[in-house]
Design a protein around this ligand. Structure first.
Ligand code: ADP
Length: 293
């Protein structure tokens, strides 16, 4: 893998879809770490941002520079250095893993059959699918299909790998496998992955951005995310009838059933309530609090 990490500079990026629908709005962000997570609920703009980065969608305003190349002007140069796994990546069920990748490699204009075989064998090895290379894709689990998708995205040994919701719809075990695979692939290249699951980002990302309504509401490391709510998370038990009143006063990050009512976690700079005790913040607290801002 060649040299240093590439640098991605997102500058004043806005995408407005026809009809005035906001995809992303005025995003400024620099990414240069190993694995970078884009975390946000559905519709927050993650796919829009990734598609612009992958030169598949034109921004309305602003731009993205990848290693100095501009997504508006330098498409071929950028496409040579990136691999992309879209969310709706389709596979032909009647082809084997090898045949599918061979077909995709041909589309990428790798003409020489021996070279294609070398590249595909290497990619299959990296995603741990060598054993099943000659099995039909129709028999693959969701996690295995995702790994074929990742193999497809690394055929050209990209220095930037973009994967959109790679763990969506997978069972817990498969999610863990895909996550650890991405950690492995993060050696020596930048990976940008999107998810709406806090745990997935924390498991693999060195740093992250949180997206909400097309904007970035936080960017930094996981530790910095926790600092946002440090010393401000409180837990208390309430009777159910008290809940509505507390909800009006403070952002609530969780409500659980308790012996005599409910146990509530909330964010407050200070709270004068006899039963409130300060607790260690979790990432979930920080995320939910940011979403409510
Ligand atoms: P996410 O990936 O976080 O789910 P998206 O980038 O897909 O978010 O969507 C951001 C916003 O842009 C949403 O409101 C979505 O409905 C809208 N959007 C996405 N694609 C299109 C499109 N092709 N045409 C119109 N609106 C779109």
């Amino acid at each position: 893998m060649a040299g240093a990490f590439i640098v991605i500079e997102i500058k004043n990026l806005t995408k407005i879809y026809p009809g005035g629908i906001v995809g992303v709005r005025d995003i400024n962000l620099t990414i240069q770490t190993g694995v970078f997570g884009l975390l946000g609920p559905n519709g927050s703009g993650k796919t829009t941002l990734m598609r612009i980065m992958a030169t598949l969608l034109e921004p309305t305003e602003g731009t993205i520079l990848i290693d100095g190349y501009d997504v508006r002007r330098d498409r071929p140069q950028i496409r040579r250095l990136l691999g992309y796994l879209p969310q709706d990546f389709g596979l032909y069920p009647h082809l084997t893993a090898f045949e599918m990748l061979d077909y995709l490699a041909l589309l990428c204009d790798i003409q020489d059959a021996a070279q294609r075989k070398r590249i595909i064998d290497d990619a299959l090895e990296r995603v741990h699918l060598t054993d099943v290379r000659d099995r039909k894709l129709g028999t693959f689990s969701g996690g295995m299909k995702q790994r074929v998708g990742i193999a497809q995205a690394i055929l050209n040994a990209p220095r930037l790998l973009i994967v959109d919701e790679p763990t969506a719809g997978l069972d817990p075990e498969e999610r863990v496998r895909v996550r650890s695979l991405l950690s492995e692939l993060g050696e020596g290249r930048v990976i940008i992955l999107s998810t709406h699951i806090v745990e997935d980002v924390l498991a693999v990302a060195d740093s992250l951005a949180i997206m909400h309504h097309g904007r970035v509401s936080f960017s930094g490391t996981a530790a910095e995310l926790l600092e946002q709510v440090a010393g401000r998370v409180w837990q208390l038990e309430l009777e159910r009838k008290e809940l509505a009143d507390i909800k009006e006063q403070f952002p609530i990050t969780s409500v659980l059933r308790a012996r005599n009512g409910v146990q509530v976690r909330l964010i407050a700079d200070g709270i004068e309530h006899p039963r409130a005790t300060p607790v260690e913040p979790t990432f979930e607290d920080a995320y939910i609090w940011l979403m409510g801002q």
